[in-house]
Write a protein that binds this ligand. Structure first.
Ligand code: FES
Length: 103
């Protein structure tokens, strides 16, 4: 099963994730610290913010309008690599995302 690595300043979390599972849900299921997911994956809270490295950007679907708007409300700096992990289905292979300092 593919692994998703959530990279945090104080250490990495590597979790096995069935392809298609939203990364936010995978993080909550495995108690990954740093992902909150307050709205349950509806792109309405921005507490599942992650940074997707440039070489992994094509592993995920394009950003929708609701996600783009909500990313203006993140607690940590929005960057070009910012995504909402509830909108990111796990790919068929290993992938790494970075966690922001706060949600
Ligand atoms: Fe609320 Fe992703 S869980 S925006």
């Amino acid at each position: 099963m593919p692994k998703v690595i959530f990279r945090a300043p104080d250490g990495d979390w590597a979790v096995d994730v069935p392809p298609g599972t939203p990364l936010m849900q995978a993080a909550l299921d495995r108690d990954v610290e740093g992902i909150v997911g307050e709205c349950g994956g509806n792109a309405m809270c921005a507490t599942c913010h992650v940074y997707v490295p440039e070489d992994a950007a094509d592993d995920f679907p394009p950003m929708g309008e609701a996600e783009d708007e909500m990313l203006n409300c993140t607690a940590s700096e929005r960057r070009p690599s910012s995504r909402l992990s509830c909108q990111l289905p796990a790919p068929e292979h290993d992938v790494l995302v970075d966690l922001p300092e706060e949600q």
